[in-house]
Design a protein around this ligand. Structure first.
Ligand code: UD1
Ligand code: PEP
Length: 419
C-alpha cells in the first residue's frame, strides 16, 4: 500500500488549479444511464471512486470512453444489477439505483454498510422510491427496487440528521421519468444536487428548485444525450484553503466557485485569515496569529462535514480553545486519535471536539481511516516538526487528484512511497 511522507515546516505560495467535483461527477455519471444516447462529461476528476463508477457503468452494459478529464458514456442496452465486487468499494454506487429504476423500472445493488464516518443507511432513498410507487426487497445483501410504473408524488426526504444528498439525487433521477409531478420537500440543497439537476435538464428533464429545499419535477417520456461540465470541487478547494491557512504565505486557488465556498471562507476569515475573491479564484493570506473558532457542521449552505477533519488540523495548532460540533456524522472523528499521536490536545464529548491549540506538533506514523481524515493528517503534517508518515493512502486517492503533486507545486515537501 502506498504511503505519503510529509516533511513539515515548508511554506506554501503560488497557485493551484482545483479539479472537478467528485461528489457531482459520481451521480452525473450514474445519470447517463437514463438515456440510450451518448453523453459527454467534462472536468471529470481522475480518482479511484470515478474509476469504480465507470467500471459499474461498463458492467451495466454502457460503452465508456475516457480521455484526460472527458468521459463519454453511451448506455444503449443495459442490465439492472450492479456487481458486489465493485459496489462494495464505494458507497456512492447506490446512486445507480435511481436512474436504473427510472429507465428500467427495476434495479439491484449491493446494500451499502456503514463506514468509519458512521452509520450510512439508505432508508430515505427507499422511502422516496416508495412514494413514486416502487417496492423494495433486501435479499442476500442486495437491495432490489422495482415498480410496475412510477408515478409522481409529494414527499419529505428529511431524516433525524437532516436531508440526504445522494437520496435526493437518487429520487430526482427516478422521478424525471415518472408519470406526473413529483415534489421533494426537505431536499438537500448542496451545489452537487443542483449540478446533477442542471445535467438532467440538459438531457430534457423538467426540474425546478434544485439547490433549494423544494424540488419540483415534471416527468417526461424519455431523455436524450447531453454534454456537461462538472462544477469545481468545493471540498478539494476548502482543503487547499486550509493548507494555505496552515502553511501559506499567500496561495491562490484557481477554477473555484467562490459562492460554494462561503461557509469555509467565512470560518477562515473569523480565524483571522484574509480571503480575497476575484472571478473564479480565491486567495488566502495570513494576517497575524490565527484565532480559535466555534464551528458546527450543517447541511449546505452551512459548514460542510466534509471539511471538519481539515479544520481540526488547523485548529490543533491555533492558540486558544476551539469547539467543533459535528451534526451530520456525529462520530466522524477517526482523525482525532491520530492527531493526538502528533501532539494535538483534542477531547471528544459526543459529537463535540474540544481543541486546545498546542505550540508544537510532531510528525509520526499515522493511519488514514477515511478520505477527509487522511487529507487532514497530511495537512497536520504540514505544520508538524519532522516527518509525518500517512499510511493507507488509497483513502486519499478516492477523492483528491494528485494531492501530493499539487501541494508540492505550492512548495510543500511531500513524497509518495509506492508499495
Ligand atoms: C458521494 C457523496 O456525495 N457523498 C457525500 C454525501 O453522502 P450521502 O449522500 O451518503 O450523505 P447523506 O446526505 O445521505 O447523509 C446525511 C445524514 O443523513 C443520514 N441518512 C442518509 C440517508 C438515509 O437514507 N438515511 C439517513 O438517515 C446519514 O446517516 C447522515 O447522518 O453527503 C454527505 C453529507 O453532506 C457527505 O459527507 C458525503 O461526502
Ligand atoms: C464521505 C465522502 O464520500 P462518500 O460519501 O463517498 O463516502 C466524502 O467525499 O467526504
Amino acid at each position: 500500500m502506498d504511503k505519503i511522507l510529509v516533511h513539515g515546516g515548508a511554506s506554501l505560495s503560488g497557485s493551484v488549479k482545483i479539479s472537478g467535483s467528485k461528489n457531482s461527477a459520481l451521480p452525473i455519471l450514474a445519470a447517463t444511464l437514463l438515456t440510450k444516447e451518448p453523453c459527454v462529461i467534462h472536468h471529470v476528476p481522475d480518482l479511484s471512486d470515478i474509476h469504480y463508477m465507470l467500471q459499474i457503468l461498463s458492467h451495466l452494459g454502457a460503452q465508456v470512453e475516457r480521455a484526460s478529464g472527458v468521459v463519454t458514456v453511451q448506455a444503449e442496452n443495459i442490465r439492472t444489477e450492479a456487481p458486489y465486487e465493485i459496489v462494495r468499494k464505494m458507497r456512492a454506487s447506490v446512486c445507480v439505483l435511481g436512474p436504473l429504476l427510472g429507465r428500467e423500472k427495476e434495479a439491484t445493488v449491493s446494500l451499502p454498510g456503514g463506514c468509519v464516518i458512521g452509520d450510512r443507511p439508505i432508508d430515505l432513498h427507499l422511502k422516496g422510491f416508495e412514494a413514486l410507487g416502487a417496492m423494495h426487497r433486501i435479499e442476500n445483501g442486495n437491495v432490489k427496487v422495482f415498480a410496475g410504473e412510477l408515478k409522481g408524488s409529494s414527499m419529505h426526504l428529511r431524516g433525524k440528521l437532516g436531508p440526504t444528498v445522494l437520496g435526493t439525487d437518487n429520487v430526482m433521477m427516478a422521478a424525471v421519468l415518472a408519470e406526473g409531478v413529483t415534489v421533494i420537500d426537505s431536499a438537500a440543497a448542496e451545489p452537487e444536487v443542483e449540478d446533477l439537476a442542471n445535467f438532467l435538464i440538459k438531457m430534457g428533464a423538467k426540474i425546478e428548485g434544485a439547490g433549494t429545499r423544494r424540488i419540483v419535477i415534471e416527468g417526461v417520456k424519455e431523455l436524450h444525450g447531453a454534454e456537461h461540465s462538472v462544477i469545481p470541487d468545493r471540498i478539494e478547494a476548502g482543503t487547499f484553503l486550509v493548507a494555505g491557512a496552515i502553511a501559506g504565505k499567500g496561495i491562490t486557488l484557481k477554477r473555484v466557485d467562490p459562492a460554494h465556498l462561503s461557509s469555509v471562507t467565512e470560518a477562515l476569515s473569523r480565524a483571522g485569515f484574509v480571503l480575497k475573491t476575484d472571478g473564479d479564484t480565491v486567495t488566502i493570506s495570513p494576517n497575524g496569529a490565527p484565532k480559535p473558532l466555534e464551528l458546527t457542521t450543517e447541511p449546505y449552505p452551512g459548514f460542510p462535514t466534509d471539511m471538519q477533519a481539515q479544520m481540526c488540523a488547523l485548529l490543533a495548532k491555533t492558540p486558544g480553545i476551539s469547539v467543533i460540533t459535528e451534526t451530520i456524522f456525529p462520530q466522524r472523528y477517526m482523525h482525532v486519535s491520530e492527531m493526538k499521536r502528533m501532539g494535538a490536545d483534542i477531547s471528544l464529548n459526543g459529537p463535540m471536539a474540544i481543541i486546545k491549540g498546542v505550540e508544537r506538533l510532531s510528525g509520526a506514523p499515522v493511519m488514514a481511516s477515511d478520505l477527509r481524515a487522511s487529507a487532514a493528517l497530511v495537512l497536520a503534517g504540514l505544520h508538524s516538526e519532522g516527518v509525518t508518515e500517512v499510511n493507507r493512502v488509497y483513502h486519499i486517492d478516492r477523492g483528491y487528484e494528485l494531492i501530493d503533486e499539487k501541494l508540492n507545486g505550492l512548495g510543500a515537501h511531500i513524497e509518495r512511497v509506492k508499495a
